[in-house]
Design a protein around this ligand. Structure first.
Ligand SMILES: [Zn+2]
Ligand SMILES: [Zn+2]
Length: 359
């Protein structure tokens, strides 16, 4: 089945990204984006990039995250002293803000509220697990909507280990990101089984892919703790077993009538999909062309910006020279600088959108 040509006109387009001005500021539209396009756009900005190809903000965010993680790590996994909860809650907020900057274009912050505490979550409303440690849902307070993340940083007066908390936090942030920015129109909702997952679950393939690729990147950040982040749930290169298991369980619980409301489940393994699963469906594969085309485009833009700057300087020199000649010769009037020659083009063209894949 092809979705090409049936794209609803109300989907927000994504401007091409590059880690430098004027392309680095991505503004996303709430519930405006086709999930798969949002996935590609997000992954392209962090996946397998060298430091030279990250923004300064990303590098600062990553460094801040790693420093705080290393410094605070030994404070966790212990009994909590009375009155000390606030500083741990602060850690969670600080780390979340750094993740937002590195992975989510800093777009998540204004739309979410995070509550970390001891046993702030527990009941699994889907009835799949005996206890859960994180939840993300949309919330209306005084007429304003936000997305609420609640996570347990410990249970029974004892703090969890910081890597477990960070793993849970990242998981919930991926939920929040898709809840806030992925489109939920009729067309997109119909395809939820293949994208963000159905409501009250949210572990569809787009979630599993983004979650795993963020995890892969975070594991590159540190020797201990981070290198083995979520190693039980996602050993080696595997996607989250628990999230995938939940998606399967929720699907199995659906009646055939409910299933009919959705497009059939696709494996998302076809080779023409830029971000797909392997044939077994337990790993994520990013087509090298996604990165290569992006880096090539960035390089061409860098060259273009450099050339423009060169030309600007040359023009300034030329004008300065001419005006000094002018003033020497006292020649006023009749001189033209050929102001129509400037090759500057105001505004950039963003003709190449990420195309949504079809399957
Ligand atoms: Zn839509
Ligand atoms: Zn989840």
């Amino acid at each position: 089945m092809s979705n090409k040509g049936t794209k609803s006109p109300r989907h927000a387009s994504l401007k091409r990204y590059a880690p430098f001005e004027p392309y680095q500021n991505v503004s996303l539209v709430k519930n405006g984006h086709i999930a798969r396009q949002l996935l590609n756009h997000t992954v392209v900005a962090f996946h397998n990039r060298r430091d030279n190809d990250l923004t300064k903000g990303q590098i600062a965010a990553r460094d801040g995250f790693v420093q705080r993680f290393k410094r605070q790590r030994r404070e966790y996994g212990k009994q909590i002293k009375p009155g000390s909860l606030a500083s741990f809650e602060n850690d969670v907020k600080y780390l979340a803000a750094r993740l937002d900057q590195f992975f989510f274009f800093n777009e998540l912050g204004p739309n979410i509220k995070i509550k970390g505490g001891l046993d702030v979550v527990g009941v699994d409303h889907a009835g799949i697990e005996s206890k859960i440690d994180g939840e993300t849902f949309s919330c209306m307070v005084r007429g304003r909507e936000h997305t609420q993340i609640n996570i347990n940083i410990g249970s029974n007066h004892t703090l969890y280990k910081l890597d477990a908390i960070v793993g849970q936090l990242m998981h919930e942030m991926v939920h929040a990101y898709l809840q806030v920015f992925a489109c939920n129109c009729f067309w997109c909702s119909r395809d939820a089984l293949n994208t963000v997952g159905i409501e009250h679950d949210g572990h569809g393939s787009v979630f599993l892919m983004l979650h795993r690729l963020i995890l892969t990147e975070m594991r590159r950040w540190g020797d201990d703790g981070l290198k083995t982040l979520l190693s039980e749930d996602c050993p080696g290169q595997l996607i989250s077993k628990s999230a995938r298991g939940r998606a399967h369980a929720v699907f199995a619980q659906m009646s055939s009538e409910e299933k009919e409301k959705f497009n059939g489940l696709r494996a998302n393994v076809r080779k023409n999909i830029l971000i797909r699963f392997n044939d077994k469906g337990d790993r994520v594969i990013v087509a090298p062309s996604l990165k290569m085309n992006q880096i090539r485009w960035e390089d061409s833009k860098r060259t273009e910006i450099m050339r423009r700057e060169e030309m600007r300087k040359e023009m300034i020199n030329e004008i300065a020279e001419e005006s000094s000649i002018d003033s020497e010769r006292q020649e006023y009037g009749g001189e033209e600088h050929g102001d129509g020659d400037a090759d500057y083009e105001e505004g950039e063209e963003y003709d190449e959108d990420y195309t949504g894949q079809t399957d």
